[in-house]
Design a protein around this ligand. Sequence first.
Ligand code: BG6
Length: 315
Amino acid sequence: MATGSDRIAVEVCKGVNGLDKVVLREARGRSVEVYLYGAHVTSWKNDNGEELLFLSNKAIFKPPKAIRGGIPICFPQFASHGSLEQHGFARNRLWSIDNDPPPFPVVSTSRTFIDLILRPTEDDLKIWPHSFEFRLRVALGPGGDLMLTSRIRNTNTDGKPFSFTFAYHTYFSVSDISEVRVEGLETLDYLDNLQNKERFTEQGDAITFESEFDKIYLSTPTKIAILDHEKKQTFVLRKDGLPDAVVWNPWDKKAKAMPDFGDDEYKHMLCVEAAAVEKPITLKPGEEWKGRLELSAVPSSYCSGQLDPRRVLGS
Ligand code: BG6
């Protein structure tokens, strides 16, 4: 079955275990796959049909387990910052296709997109007593960029505001974690999840990885880069409405403890998550919040041991 304005570019079909998924296709090998289960993007491919996101070989595609890899949506709670289950419930609910979403103020540059919606069930209201509409647009840009726009509206009729934390928990595929560096977070304050969420300040150098890493960077710039030396590829994240950035790699010990993650897979993934964690977002009834993430993969400026951050972050 095809849907949307372009019947070839947007296809609804069955994925693993018969779960519904939507495939977006653009010129050449570019594509994106998103499951209705969790509104979970599981695949993003470039011109050559190469996968850019990490998805575990042991990922479990069975509710209520969240899919390990891709882009889980953390809402209404990031991690254990509250009384709900880890990372909230949006990532393990069945979303619907939204055929008639309210218009966006700015006309989209992409014709290849799908709109999904999540509203709370009676059971959800028992654990989080707030009525909301969460609309997610997943779009594949003409240049192969992956664009995610979340619009969350308070539809409470009891006059009550609600607060939430949020993250696009993106798992990037990398050639070798020890060859990767993240730029754009130097000198920022962060909360270290491995040290009781204590606050520290990052030193001047780009971030590299040689052991377990789990930090929430605060008040981050709108642009962050992940440089993969071996692949000579750079991921650029552009974000809006999402001040924080979580950087996570479980490393070997934690990898072994996760049943849906291969023992050595930590070497080939890195999570850099555009997020709103430190200061929860509060919405009054009728108010809407918007959080946007744009991902692109570009050839790296890395050349014989020299990186020029200005070329990576300046454009
Ligand atoms: C990260 C957190 O965002 O998600 C980590 O900072 C956590 O602390 C990781 O371990 C994975 O969480 P989960 O629930 O998907 O296993």
